[in-house]
Write a protein that binds this ligand. Structure first.
Ligand SMILES: *Cc1c(COP(=O)(O)O)cnc(C)c1O
Length: 363
C-alpha cells in the first residue's frame, strides 16, 4: 500500500474561526497571522480561505511575496520588521507594513532613499522582553520615526503579550497581562495612530485589549493555548485533520515488548496495530505512550515509542480492525492540543511540524 499520511485542511473551519474572532472582537479589524506557512496548514491555502481578513501578518518577507503572488491585496505586516537595507525597496514594492522595534531599524530607514512612505508599527516592549523599544525609549523612537520623510506619518502602535492565556480567574489573576496593558496605555497616551495588542488568547479572554486590530493566529486554526482547554471549548473548529492508515494488525503475547528500547510491555495476549506515521511525518516522537488516536470509530492509545515511519497502537478496544483502516492522529475528535500536551508542548507545534512527504488535501 502506498504511504497514505495525509493532512486534510478545512477551509470552512478557517472561515468559521474567523467569524468567531469577529464576533468576539466586533469593533476591531482582524490581522490573520499566517507565519510558519500558515501554522503548517499551507500559506496560500490558508490565505485563500481567510481572504475576508483585513490584513495578514507574516514573519518572513518571502511569505509576503507568496501572498502577493497568490493575489492577496490586503495589507501585510512583517512582524519582526526589516532587518537589512535591501528589504526596504522590496517592502515598498510589495506594499508591506513593517514593525519597527529597534534603533538599528531607525538608522536603516534614515539612510534609505525610497520616496514612497513605508507604513510602520512601533513595537513597545511592555514586559515580554522579546522585541520592542523599552517603555522609556518608545516615545523618543516614535518621534524619530515621525520625522523620517519616507515613513507614513500614520504610525501604528503594538505590543505582544507573554501570558494572555492566563485569565483573571486563574491563579496568577492575569497579573502580567494587566501590567502589560497598563504600561502600553501609559507609554502610548496621547499618541495618534492605531493600536494592536491581542493575540488569540487575548482575543478570547481579554476584551479590553482588542484595540483597533486583533492579531489572532492559533484561534483561526482552531487551536487553543489555554491550559486544559481545546479550541472546541471556545466554539472553534480544527482546520487540520492529520490521518494515515493501519498497515498491520497482529497478536502479540503477554510480556512482549513493543518498539525501540521495548519501553512498553504487553500486559496480556493482545492485538496491536501498526500505523504508517512517525516523526518523519511530523508526529512528535516525544508523544508519550498512551496518547490517543482514532481508528475507525474507536479511540485507542499509542504504545511504545513513535519511530520515524511507524507507530504502534493498542487495539484491545478494536481487535477486529483490519489493515487499511483509517487512523486519525488529530482533528475533530482528537484535539491536537492533547497530542501537544502529551509531547510536552502546545498544539501549535505539531501542526507546524508536518513534513514534506505528507500529502496535503483540502476538503
Ligand atoms: C504569532 C504572533 C501572533 C499570533 O499569536 P497566536 O497565539 O497564534 O494568536 C500575534 N502577534 C505576534 C507579534 C506574533 O508573533
Amino acid at each position: 500500500m502506498a504511504r497514505s499520511t495525509t493532512a486534510i485542511i478545512h477551509p470552512e473551519a478557517l472561515r468559521h474561526n474567523l467569524g468567531v474572532v469577529r464576533k468576539l472582537a466586533p469593533s476591531s479589524k482582524v490581522m490573520a497571522i499566517v507565519k510558519a506557512d500558515g501554522y503548517g496548514h499551507g500559506l496560500e491555502r490558508v490565505a485563500n480561505a481567510l481572504s475576508g481578513a483585513d490584513a495578514f501578518g507574516v514573519a518572513a518577507l518571502a511569505d509576503a511575496e507568496r501572498l502577493r503572488a497568490a493575489g492577496m491585496s490586503q495589507p501585510i505586516l512583517l512582524l519582526s520588521g526589516f532587518d537589512a537595507p535591501d528589504d526596504l525597496p522590496r517592502m515598498r514594492a510589495l506594499n508591506v507594513w513593517s514593525v519597527v522595534h529597534h534603533a538599528s531599524q531607525l538608522a536603516m530607514l534614515a539612510q534609505s532613499d525610497g520616496t514612497e512612505a513605508l507604513r510602520c508599527w512601533l513595537k513597545v516592549d511592555t514586559g515580554m522582553h522579546r522585541l520592542g523599544f523599552a517603555p522609556e525609549e518608545a516615545r523618543d523612537a516614535h518621534a524619530r520615526l515621525r520625522q523620517l520623510p519616507n515613513v507614513d506619518p500614520e504610525i501604528g502602535l503594538l505590543q505582544h503579550f507573554a501570558s494572555s492565556d492566563e485569565y483573571v480567574d486563574s491563579a496568577s489573576r492575569g497579573a502580567q497581562t494587566l501590567s502589560q496593558l497598563k504600561l502600553f496605555d501609559e507609554v502610548t497616551a496621547g499618541l495618534g495612530g492605531e493600536r494592536s495588542m491581542a493575540n488569540s488568547a487575548a482575543v478570547l479572554g481579554w476584551p479590553q485589549s482588542h484595540g483597533d486590530w486583533v492579531r489572532p493566529g492559533g484561534a483561526l486554526y482552531g487551536i487553543s493555548v489555554c491550559e486544559g482547554k481545546t479550541g472546541a471549548d471556545y466554539g472553534l473548529r480544527p482546520a487540520m485533520t492529520f490521518t494515515t492508515r493501519l498497515i498491520s494488525v497482529k497478536k502479540i503475547p503477554a510480556g512482549g515488548r513493543v518498539g525501540y528500547a521495548g519501553t512498553w510491555t504487553a500486559p496480556e495476549d493482545m492485538t496491536i496495530g501498526i500505523a504508517a506515521v512517525g516523526y518523519g511525518d511530523g508526529y512528535p516522537r516525544t508523544a508519550a505512550s498512551g496518547t490517543l488516536v482514532k481508528v475507525g470509530d474507536h479511540v485507542v492509545p499509542t504504545v511504545g515509542r513513535v519511530s520515524m515511519d511507524l507507530m504502534t497502537l493498542d487495539l484491545r478496544r478494536f481487535p477486529d480492525a483490519q489493515p487499511g483502516e483509517q487512523v486519525t492522529l488529530w482533528g475533530e475528535d482528537i484535539p491536537v492540543e492533547h497530542v501537544g500536551a502529551s509531547a510536552g508542548t502546545i498544539g501549535y507545534e505539531p501542526v507546524c511540524s508536518i513534513t514534506r512527504r505528507v500529502r496535503f488535501v483540502e476538503d
